[in-house]
Write a protein that binds this ligand. Structure first.
Ligand code: LR7
Ligand code: MN
Length: 590
């Protein structure tokens, strides 16, 4: 009997343990599936960024290409401000060439490598959401022209790293006849060695532009849903499931993620507020605040009159039924409004999904033109106006009278699409989908995205005083008047009474002279001396770190402010490789 009870005991204990172990493993499996499924590809080979480790330059683990969770505070920049530090001429060349060719900081992009952690920018409610396991599969289409290799690869790997393998049917890269030779060879080699077979490359024999480029990409796909991305994006945690779910429910739904901001100067990833798409009568896309009626549920979808254009998902067959894109549109521009109008006017709907987050590098200029130098935005907008806008195209011509008689090619195929789909009028669209649009007073100016502007709130000043240079014992002042935009700065004898010598250092890391202008660096030519410019509030060229070793480090240039010749009365200053010398030491003293 004792033996029997002993055995029951054993059985009971082992059964309990089995259940506990089973529960533990199945729950952690579940987590992996829904939160951060990491497909193992190419025998776990991971490319090492070409960056020799220098202690103290990089924050925790940034050079190891961390994955999964980690930096979960969306407000805290994930990177050290000194990520772009220049150590030698090679670094300088990579940085300057990068800005020239790509209009963002390629030095930092390369140092980040192809995998990195991102702050999870979703609302907490999103994290508790359950999505159906059975969702349509996705074909991701990424069209690129002369993209920086590291940015392109980070786009691809972010998709591979953060998408459940069973949902990712394929990734189609469309090389739009890029001219950078290295890019072609590097990509061929890298794909062969390090990317799984589901990543495919299509090369255009001539430059098509992003509109026909995407159509070509889409024609090579076989997944159920098309997902378009720009070639300098990073998808965030559980980004795809919230996009696929509404499409599964209604295949005439087109969805966009919230487009988070990757700084062009620092590559820091930060959340963007929830805004929706609109446009002005110049036919430029713009961001609008979300009306109260759409904002009742922080994790719910928001109906959007237009999309920005680059990042969206749509049922593949619906894309074809709806007429893909207008293949008469060239290179860049206009297709985003065209597809938005078409979706709403022809029976579909366009939603922004706040629980899906994808970062995009926002550049200050487009680093390429069209092959013949044409204004493709005007050509494409004309086509869109003539096909979709009925009598409201007059609003556009009122702003662009020179385009009224401009040739726009053959639009009969597009008019046939409108006819075939029995689409609503543009008047219907304005009344039902975009009632906020002002019809009598057209707005002319292309607007910046709302979130790029700081608005009225000034950042808090952390410190005020004169900036004394230790080697010359002089203070940094404007060479001319401190109110003169574009004016340079020099060192002059310090004067505690002079309000024109007073700098304010604020929480955005701006240095503002006499309450007027910000100390600024040209991002194109880092050899130019710093100057005084209107404060723009988006960091980068106006972001200085004033800290250890008394150095004044410029974040997007990767160098330190230095007095050229401490003994010279000219007092010239310039940016130079940080070397810790006295001529680079500054004290902000009140
Ligand atoms: O000739 C070209 N061939 C290409 O393959 C020109 C461009 N491209 C590629 C390019 O490499 C990139 O991957 O097309 C993609 C988009 O070009 P960008 O990044 O220069 O465009 P953008 O981000 O400045 O512009 C926005 O508007 C465009 C209008 O045609 C497109 O719709 C872009 O996809 C779109 N980007 C976004 O919506 C991201 C968020 C920006 C905002 C607001
Ligand atoms: Mn882009």
């Amino acid at each position: 009997i004792t033996l029997r009870y002993f055995c029951y005991g054993c059985l009971f204990t082992s059964v309990t343990w089995s259940i506990l172990l089973f529960l533990y493993f199945s729950l952690s499996q579940e987590n992996r599936l829904s939160l951060s499924y990491v497909p193992v590809q190419g025998g776990q080979h991971r490319f090492q960024p070409r960056f020799t480790h220098r202690p103290g330059i990089l924050n925790r683990g940034a050079e190891h290409g961390r994955r999964g969770h980690g930096a979960n505070d969306p407000r805290k920049p994930d990177l050290s401000p000194e990520m772009g530090m220049i150590f030698n001429e090679k670094d300088q060349e990579v940085r300057d060439m990068g800005y020239h060719r790509h209009a963002f900081n390629v030095l930092i992009s390369n140092r980040l490598g192809y995998h990195r952690d991102l702050p999870d920018t979703r609302n907490d409610k999103c994290k508790d959401k359950n999505y159906p396991l059975a969702l349509p599969t996705a074909s991701v289409v990424i069209c690129f022209f002369n993209e920086a290799f590291s940015a392109l690869l980070r786009t691809v790997h972010s998709v591979l790293d953060r998408t459940p393998g069973y949902l990712l049917h394929e990734i189609i890269l469309v090389d739009d006849h890029s001219e950078l030779e290295d890019l072609k060879e590097d990509l061929d080699v890298y794909m062969q060695k390090n990317l799984p077979g589901k990543v495919k490359l299509v090369r255009n024999e001539k430059r098509e532009g992003l509109i026909r480029g995407r159509m070509i990409g889409a024609s090579h796909t076989t997944g159920e849903v098309l997902v378009f991305l720009d070639s300098h994006c990073e998808v965030n945690e559980a980004w795809l499931q919230p996009l696929l779910t509404p499409i599964k429910e209604n295949r005439h739904t087109v969805v966009c993620p919230v487009i988070d901001i990757i700084s062009a100067d620092t590559l820091v990833y930060s959340p963007s507020p929830i805004v929706r798409g609109g446009f002005n009568w110049g036919l430029h896309f713009k961001w609008d605040p979300v009306p109260m009626s759409e904002l009742n549920n922080p994790s719910g979808a928001i109906r959007s009159p237009t999309m920005a254009g680059g990042l969206f998902a749509m049922d593949r067959k619906y894309f074809n039924e709806l007429g893909q894109y207008d293949s008469g549109m060239d290179i860049w521009g206009g297709e985003n409004l065209e597809i938005s109008f078409r979706i709403w006017m022809c029976g579909g709907q366009l939603l922004i999904i706040p629980c899906s987050r994808v970062g995009h590098i926002f550049r200050k200029r487009r680093p390429y033109g069209s092959p013949g130098g044409q204004d493709t935005m005007a050509h494409n907008s004309l086509r869109l106006a003539h096909v979709w806008m009925d009598e409201y195209k007059e609003q556009y011509f009122a702003l662009r009278p020179e385009l009224r008689n401009r040739d726009f090619g053959d639009i009969s195929e597009r008019l046939a699409v409108r006819e075939r789909l029995q689409c609503h009028s543009f008047k219907w669209y304005l009344e039902n989908i975009y009632p906020e649009m002002q019809i009598s007073s057209p707005q002319n100016k292309p607007q910046q995205p709302v979130f790029m502007n700081r608005g009225v709130k000034r950042p808090k000043v952390l410190q005020r005083g004169r900036l004394r240079n230790l080697s010359s014992d002089k203070c940094l002042v404007a060479q001319g008047r401190p109110s003169q935009k574009g004016g340079t700065v020099v060192v002059r004898p310090c004067d505690a009474q002079d309000p024109e010598q007073e700098w304010a250092y604020d929480e955005e890391h701006e240095l503002i002279l006499a309450g007027l202008l910000c100390l600024d660096m040209s991002e194109i030519r880092s050899s130019d001396p710093p100057r005084l410019m209107k404060c723009h509030g988006s960091g980068g060229s106006q972001q200085w770190s004033l800290g250890k070793n008394n150095r004044l480090y410029q974040v997007s240039v990767g160098q330190c402010l230095s007095v050229v010749d401490p003994l010279s009365h000219k007092g010239y200053v310039a940016m130079a490789i940080c070397d810790g010398s006295e001529s680079q030491q500054w004290q902000l003293e009140s």
